[in-house]
Design a protein around this ligand. Structure first.
Ligand code: NAD
Length: 513
């Protein structure tokens, strides 16, 4: 692993001078690489280079840009082992988390955006409907913003950080990515691969560093795509306000799952276990809390406890060697410990797990909490770890009230008879709600995804997921026209009166438009 890290740190895309950041493998505690901690002036230099490279990249057109991104798709799949090993080493996730989420997503995203970017950004004719503009030709069109700054978290280096770069690049922008200081290696690897795949120099750069590097990027970019915690998202928004730079914020969540009495309990239990523990519970849309209708609560809990108790945890060294990997950061592990301790102190019980794992890596045992309520942090604050608190509720209405009792509104899921579950889903305050499913919606690059309330601003995926990286321009074109419009100077009483009457006659019955 050391060689991957060393090579990556020397990448021209991440080059810098001065302080360095050690990158650790959280499953073993071993330092696997060092990367530069870039200062604001270096970010400014990268921005100058990226801006200079952008017009040439835009001039390649959609086909030329899509070719590079398709090459990258092939490169990533051909070098799948190297990419997966880098992901596993810097995050502590399992081989399954890396292959079946990161690679699967990125393959789908590269294919989707390469195919549909041109259609989403094509000129659109707008039919003249307002009488005042009858006969005019109207078009909306999209121009790349120029330089997109992407700031990413540590939980999914490929999905989150790089996933957002794909539509930004295909729209014709240059991109500077500031990956998490905990997981910069995958981004550096992909940056080098992009050049090998034909990306012109400086169109994409990786600015490694901590929060200050991210803040400097906010100052430089024409658009900021931020994924991370709600607390940092607020700082990014405040900073971007200084330059009136548009931002999209994909932030934290406390996603509820509701299990109705008529649910397929075995499917619901498997989903609750998998989607709360996947990636060590470190997914923004992890199932973070479950509400189960009274008649099926005991049965559901027993099924979940048995399944979670059987989970194998430890460093992942190949396929099926571990089911739940490490926590990526020590700080996150401490949050999980704090939430469980708080819940237990207030009367909750850990039916399985409930403590740190053995060994020197950052492990927390897969944990099921029962006898929980909303006085506990485990039910109200983002835990972001392998814990599953399950709460008994009298009925669907109580479940709905509790699900919505949160400052967050990222995603949610409802398991139950389809009709009833769908009706309930529509009343949940979240940007994405799955029925008899959970999390998989993220893989639907065609379906918009963005948080409500404190979970974010804006969205990714779908047409809006690429248009946001552009400036919309409206063209208003006169084709057949008079030398002088009737409403222009000089005003004449007779024609003014006629026009006044005309306006009122036209809209009196509200039929136009
Ligand atoms: P974080 O907010 O601590 O850091 C995110 C990024 O912001 C890092 O690259 C960090 O260096 C940078 N940063 C820190 N301070 C900054 C500043 N002042 N200005 C600019 N950048 C700054 O988040 P994290 O701990 O890396 O990630 C976990 C969080 O991300 C969780 O809350 C999780 O829910 C969220 N997340 C959300 C989504 C989503 O799509 N909504 C996806 C993944 C993760």
């Amino acid at each position: 692993m050391a060689s991957v890290g060393t090579t990556a740190a020397q990448s021209t895309n991440g080059r810098g001078s001065g302080a360095e950041i050690p990158v650790e493998n959280p499953a073993t505690g071993e330092v696997i690489a060092h990367v530069p901690d870039l200062h604001a002036d270096r970010v400014a230099e990268l921005a100058v280079l990226a801006r200079a490279a952008q017009p040439g990249w835009q001039a390649l057109g959609f086909d030329g840009r899509a070719r590079v991104l398709r090459n990258l798709r092939t490169w990533i799949m051909d070098h799948g082992d190297e990419v997966v090993e880098t992901l596993v080493a810097e995050t502590g996730k399992t081989y399954e988390d890396a292959n079946l989420i990161e690679l699967l997503y990125i393959g789908g995203a590269l294919t989707y955006w390469a195919k549909h970017a041109e259609r989403f950004l094509a000129d659109e004719r707008v039919g003249a409907r307002t009488l005042a503009v009858t006969g005019k030709k109207m078009i909306t069109r999209y121009e790349p913003v120029g330089l997109v700054g992407i700031i990413g978290p540590w939980n999914y280096p490929l999905v989150n950080s790089f996933g957002d770069a794909i539509p930004a690049l295909l729209a014709g922008n240059s991109v500077i990515l500031k990956p998490s200081e905990f997981t910069p290696l995958t981004s550096l690897l992909v940056a080098d691969a992009l050049v090998e795949c034909g990306l012109p120099a400086n169109v994409f750069a990786v600015a490694t560093g901590r929060g200050a590097t991210g803040a400097a990027l906010v100052d430089e970019a024409d658009y900021v795509m931020f994924t991370g915690s709600t607390a940092t998202g607020k700082k990014v928004l405040a900073r971007a306000a200084q330059t009136l730079t548009p931002v999209a914020l994909e932030l934290g969540g406390k996603d509820p799952m509701i299990v109705l009495a008529d649910a397929d309990l075995e499917r619901a239990a498997n989903a609750a276990v998998y989607y709360s523990m996947l990636n060590g519970g470190q997914t923004c849309i992890s199932v973070e809390r479950v509400y189960v209708e009274e008649p099926v609560y005991d049965d559901f809990v027993e099924r979940v406890v048995k399944k979670v108790g059987a989970i194998r945890q430890g460093p992942s060294t190949g396929p099926a060697t571990s089911e739940v990997g490490a926590m990526t950061t020590g700080a996150q592990l401490e949050i999980v410990e704090r939430h469980v301790a708080d819940a237990v102190a207030k009367g909750a019980h850990a039916r399985t797990g409930g403590k740190r794992g053995d060994g020197k890596g950052l492990f927390y045992e897969p944990t099921v909490l029962v006898d929980v309520d909303h006085s506990m942090q485990a039910m109200t604050e983002e835990t972001f770890g392998p814990t599953l608190p399950i709460m008994r509720v009298a009925d669907a209405e109580e479940a709905l009230r509790l699900a919505n009792d949160s400052p967050y509104g990222l995603a949610a899921s409802v398991y139950g008879g389809r009709e009833r579950a769908e009706q309930l889903a529509r009343r949940i305050e979240a940007g994405a709600v799955c029925v008899n499913d959970a999390l998989l919606n993220y893989l639907a690059v065609e379906l918009p995804m963005g948080g409500w309330k404190s979970s974010g601003l804006g969205s990714r995926h779908g047409a809006g997921g690429i248009r946001k990286y552009t400036k919309q321009q409206s063209l208003f074109i006169s084709r057949v026209h008079l030398k002088r419009e009737l409403f222009m100077f000089p005003y004449k009483a007779k024609s003014s009166k006629l026009l006044f009457k005309g306006v009122r006659a036209l809209y009196r019955r509200g039929k136009r438009g």
